[in-house]
Design a binder for this molecule. Structure first.
Ligand SMILES: [Zn+2]
Length: 465
């Protein structure tokens, strides 16, 4: 009889290639076999997955766990706990920490934070910022340290992370193309955005909808248009972050057709929430791009369903309840960003697969396989195959539950999805063969792995070591 560490039996394996009944055999953190019947394997642990999907763990390529940061609004320990509870086994962390991840030294410091505190595995974005400009050596150094991709803002967001102008963007694209890394963009046009903010200020607008009116979809469409032109010019792989404009998505779709190297993501907040939620939740729904009206949301869904959008991620960004509360009297006082890492996978499953009939394999592509491919982690991550890391979410596709902040394992205890009904619940999350989340337990005890058990994932991890 062959020996394994763990056997997951009686479940339905679902990958980007399709779904089929199979048992999953795990040894030394990797998948040792996929068998129609694994009863002839002896194992220390046998997990009964009757009625459950056995799918590759979700990979959230857009998190702000904000470490290092003296304020520690989230951090890799609690951010990972929320991720694990949401069926995610890896994240790609954004570079807007303090200090920002914009030099090789800062990159190494951030990697140490991952290795000390993370529970899920973590790859890292490197930042490209406006003046004082970085050198090519900074970008080369971050690439050598294993940066998964580069990231810039086309409109200013934080004084610590200055936006790039068109000339800097062109330079960044040439460097990213030379180094073979994708270049992710927060694509909003700086001038149109400033004009919108000034118009709201002049009109004395402080209401919640003024946020959406200050940065309508056109602000994004103009920036994406510029990005696509420069990508075509340079051959750079451009990745449009949190696409939330049907106009921008039409341009992306056309650019893909003519062979421009572009991928894009959107987030559940642009698919599950709208401007009514912005009015209701005020600061707790303030994010960038802004929430859209329902007709725009419907149009974005069409690009999810037709394959223009490559992946779904959370843009989880932690702020205190108190700071978001400030948006009730003046929306512009609430910081930009929503919590969402824990609800990403089940929320999107509920809306896409249960409500809109998306094929299971397509769901897995968007939440796991495509993220792994684009960020250099495939096929060790993002699929279930012999030799791949045993990164697995066990999903009950029929369990219906109501989102409550009581359930939240991330640090800032609020969610814009409070009270929403979701069908599809994560029963267990396994990272490299170790159960890191078990929904059968209670409260914080549901996290069963230690901070620091997560691993830093350099770009190219998927090619093996
Ligand atoms: Zn973000």
């Amino acid at each position: 009889m062959q020996r394994a560490d763990t056997v997951i039996e009686n479940g339905t394996v679902v990958t980007a290639g399709g779904g089929y009944p199979a048992d999953v055999v795990i040894s030394d953190g990797a998948i040792a076999a996929l068998a129609t019947d694994a009863t002839d394997w002896a194992a220390d642990e046998r997990i009964d997955a009757t009625g459950l999907w056995v799918m590759p763990g979700g990979i959230d390529v857009h998190t702000h766990f904000e470490e290092p940061d003296p304020r520690l609004l989230e951090g890799f320990a609690t951010g990972s706990a929320g991720a694990a509870a949401g069926g995610l086994t890896a994240v790609v962390e954004m570079p807007q920490a303090h200090p920002t991840t914009t030099t090789p030294d800062h990159f190494r410091e951030k990697r140490r934070c991952v290795e000390e505190h993370a529970i899920v595995d973590v790859a890292l974005w490197g930042g490209i910022i406006g003046p004082p400009a970085q050198s090519a050596a900074d970008l080369e150094g971050m690439a050598a340290e294993g940066a998964a991709a580069f990231k810039s803002f086309m409109a200013s967001s934080s004084p610590f992370f200055p936006a790039v102008d068109h000339a800097q963007l062109l330079w960044g694209m040439r460097e990213a193309a030379r180094l073979g890394l994708p270049y992710g963009l927060h694509a909003e046009d700086h001038q149109l955005l400033n004009d919108g903010l000034n118009r709201m200020a002049q009109a004395g607008r402080k209401d919640a909808l003024a946020h959406a009116e200050s940065r309508p979809p056109l602000v994004e469409t103009v920036a994406v248009n510029t990005a696509l032109l420069l990508a075509e010019e340079t051959g750079c792989h451009v990745h449009i972050c949190h696409a939330a404009s049907a106009g921008a998505l039409a341009l992306i779709k056309a650019a893909k057709r003519r062979g421009v190297r572009v991928t894009c993501e959107t987030c559940p907040q642009y698919l599950m929430l709208n401007t009514d939620d912005l009015e209701r939740l005020a600061g707790f729904a303030r994010c960038a791009p802004a929430l859209r009206d329902q007709s725009e949301v419907d149009a974005i869904w069409a690009y999810v369903l037709d394959g223009t959008i490559d992946l779904i991620c959370s843009d989880h960004c932690p702020y205190t309840v108190e700071s978001k509360e400030a948006g009730r009297s003046d929306i512009f006082q609430a910081p930009l960003g929503l919590s969402g890492v824990q609800t990403l996978l089940p929320g999107f499953f509920s809306e896409a697969v249960v409500r809109r009939g998306m094929a299971p394999e397509r769901f897995v592509s968007l939440i796991s396989s495509n993220p792994a491919r684009i960020f250099g982690l495939y096929p060790r991550k993002g699929t279930l195959a012999v030799g791949a890391d045993a990164d697995i979410a066990l999903l009950d596709p029929e369990a219906t539950w109501t989102v409550s902040v009581e359930d939240a394992l991330h640090k800032q205890k609020w969610t814009p999805y409070e009270g929403k009904s979701i069908t599809g619940r994560v029963a267990r999350t396994i990272r490299r063969g170790e159960t890191i989340f078990d929904d059968a337990r209670r409260g914080d005890d549901r996290i069963t792995a230690k901070p620091g058990s997560g691993r830093f994932l350099p770009r190219g991890y998927g090619k093996g070591d």
